[in-house]
Design a protein. Sequence first.
Length: 263
Amino acid sequence: MASFLSRVDNNPSSVFIHHSKIEEHIPMHCHDKHQMSYVEGGVAFLNTKKKSYFFPARHFIWIPAGREHNVTSRTSVKMVHNIYFPKTLIPTNHKLQKHGGIFPVTNLLMEMIYYTENWNGDINKLQKKSNYEFMLALKNIVLDVAETPLPVVLPTTENEILRPILKYIHQNIEKPLNLEGIAYEFGQSSRTLSRLFQKNMEMSFLQYVKLTRIIKSMELLLQSELSITQIAFSCGYNSLSAFSYAFQQIVHRSPINFRKQNR
């Protein structure tokens, strides 16, 4: 476990800051403070016991206090900015007390995060009053922008039958994927596999494949120079129009607008 995590909760009333120039591989853990993280120059995933949240560029994650989690990345990142807020700094009736998510980073918020780049450790009102007041202002900006989370959440499972099937879907997302073919490939009936998805994933097989395709396309939009059409075919769509429609349905933005706004 990363050494800085043992210091996050040492002072319950302080804001704790940790910036890292390299990606740290941290196992599942939790702490008594809320966590805000911004990944500079890459895309990442926030993982909990039951879900995986896609975390693109120009967005921050909010992890409520006490929520077991870790953050992983499929790409190299320039900097990871972590800010830990005491629970008492968030209004008791605000949704961020209990609910996490992925939210857009405004230009103002991004500049404020960068401003703290040389700060590390505890920031409190007794020893670093001006820095602490700056963090209170940053916190208020976070509360303002945390209205509409990015609606791309992929469920995960410990089910031993489903785990290799999910891995197969991710590794073959460019291919035609249908319930009957996957069921046959893994020695299951279509009916059994359909029930497993509904029970363990709380969504259908087709919904899971659709979400996985869209998440893969979001990664390619941000991390590659492929055209929108090339990305559509790379993610298993047989036409640009079908891809654009599915993307708009889930992300509420067109693929081209998503790329422009997040690069």
